[in-house]
Design a protein around this ligand. Structure first.
Ligand SMILES: [Zn+2]
Length: 473
């Protein structure tokens, strides 16, 4: 049930080779004013209310959101409170309803931008402790230290995580909570308890599901077959992210997967943790990465170890989508998270598809779990909100017990007819088309215009006692 996403940094607009399949977009058409346009695409463009119904005005450290008046009596209290924005350095955020609009005491787009790009001013003290514990656990647990010490470390980490902190684990939705709180206040101020919106997913699906595999080494290459067979038997397909210059593999493996309906993505260049170590390194490697993207017919990128800088990625890589930002990362090389379970638009109309589920490596290798409870909980949450589930499983770590666990998750997903199981390239294509489409109101009838016309539906956002629910119908 809630909301959406994102933003951008300025980036050069027109350096794509003409062979790029990416189309011109409203974001690029804005010229130099890229950031507000990208952010608007992730607020107004997330809700996609009927044309002309929603207005956003940003002023000196304030934002006013107004809806066309409804039939109900306007409220003067916000129905849902704002989440803590302390992680992005906004203390004591306030929201008031006045004059038929919702007014917040900060720049809404700037707050969203800081989450999307993980610009965490003010959060340092909160996250650093989790980070250092996570790192210690990571490095200590790998060598064969006695199991009782491993357990002690795990218990310690669990206690730390149980305290309220950012990011929430296993999923953080602070940005979505923010977006929904503001929209619910605007609805209350306008006397509306329900608004029509362009459905979040095609054909009235409730949420999106993406299966992803990062192939880390030769062991992973050897295990591709076992893993894909399980998926294909369930009628599913996935994205396989390969590292171009780390291990040998036959390029026929890529075409073979593609011909069977899978997607291929590029996973860094060397997977050595240094891709973003300096601007120069990144720029040089980005050129090589672009060569592999083109040669492999790949539409997307996934940064190794989720070490990421989305603004650099969006500026340099010739991609349609990126999937490098975790929604919530506590244990790992770069703790943080973009705090949303929805795709969001980056500059150059690139779609970021956040990694919303904890990776198999974190759950099985680091935390030593032998069940899929965390994944099931994540599926429940993403489904309830209407976001996108990105499930990452490395063929490198697939024991037969874990293959069984994976099979169990897949059967949970296949039996859910309201889940749109899609390749990430299709998700990004949809998200871009949706952002370029709109609902037109003709009396009591709606018409959808734009590139999503054929598979989009009109859904709704409705206030209920606990918040705002987004529904595909
Ligand atoms: Zn990797």
């Amino acid at each position: 049930m809630r909301a959406l996403d994102h933003s951008g940094h300025s980036a050069e607009a027109a350096t794509l080779p003409s062979a790029s399949p990416r189309k011109a977009s409203p974001i690029r058409a804005e010229g130099s004013d890229l950031l507000p346009a990208a952010l608007a695409a992730n607020f107004e463009g997330f809700w996609k209310l009927p044309a002309g119904m929603l207005g956003v005005e940003r002023g000196e450290g304030m934002t006013a959101v107004r809806l066309a008046p409804g039939d109900g009596r306007p409220a003067d209290l916000a129905p849902v409170s704002l989440p803590s924005l302390a992680p992005v350095g906004i203390t004591a955020p306030d929201m008031a309803l006045a004059d038929g609009q919702a007014i917040v005491s900060f720049d809404l787009y700037e707050a969203m931008r800081r989450f999307y790009f993980e610009d965490f001013r003010g959060r340092t003290a909160v996250v650093s402790r989790a980070a250092s514990l996570g790192r210690r656990l990571y490095y200590l647990a790998r060598p064969a230290i006695p199991r009782r010490y491993q357990l002690a470390l795990r218990r310690r980490l669990a206690r730390t995580q149980a305290r309220p902190r950012f990011p929430a684990w296993p999923v953080d939705t602070t940005l979505d909570d923010l977006r929904s709180a503001v929209m619910s206040a605007a609805m209350a101020a306008a006397g509306r308890d329900r608004v029509p919106m362009l459905g979040l997913w095609p054909r009235r699906a409730r949420y999106g599901v993406v299966l992803r595999h990062d192939v880390e080494g030769s062991e992973g290459v050897r295990n591709v077959d076992a893993l894909r067979r399980i998926e294909e038997a369930a009628g599913l397909r996935s994205i396989w992210n390969f590292v171009p210059e780390r291990y040998p593999f036959d390029s026929s493996l890529l075409t073979d997967l593609q011909q069977a309906g899978h997607e291929i993505g590029v996973h860094g260049l060397h997977h050595d943790g240094k891709l973003f170590s300096s601007r120069q390194t990144f720029v040089q490697r980005a050129e090589r990465i672009n060569v592999y993207l083109s040669a492999w017919g790949a539409r997307g990128f996934a940064a190794p170890s989720a070490i990421r800088k989305l603004d650099w990625i969006a500026e340099r890589l010739d991609i349609e989508f990126d999937s490098s930002a975790p929604a919530a990362e506590v244990i790992g090389a770069q703790p943080g998270g973009c705090a949303t379970v929805f795709p969001f638009l980056l500059p150059r109309a690139i779609v970021e598809i956040p990694m919303t589920a904890q990776q198999d490596h974190t759950l099985f290798e680091i935390l030593g779990r032998r069940d899929i409870d965390v994944w099931l909980e994540t599926i429940r949450l993403v489904r309830e909100r209407g976001g996108v589930l990105v499930l990452t499983v490395h063929p490198d770590y697939m024991t037969s017990a874990r293959l069984d666990l994976y099979r169990a998750v897949l059967s949970r997903l296949t039996e859910d007819e309201e889940a749109w199981k899609a390749l990430p390239g299709d998700v990004s294509n949809w998200w871009r088309r949706r952002s370029e489409s709109e609902i037109l109101e003709h009396g009591d009838r709606f018409e959808i215009s734009g590139p999503a016309r054929d598979d989009a539906a009109v859904g709704s956002a409705a206030l209920y006692s606990g918040g705002l629910a987004v529904s595909p119908s």
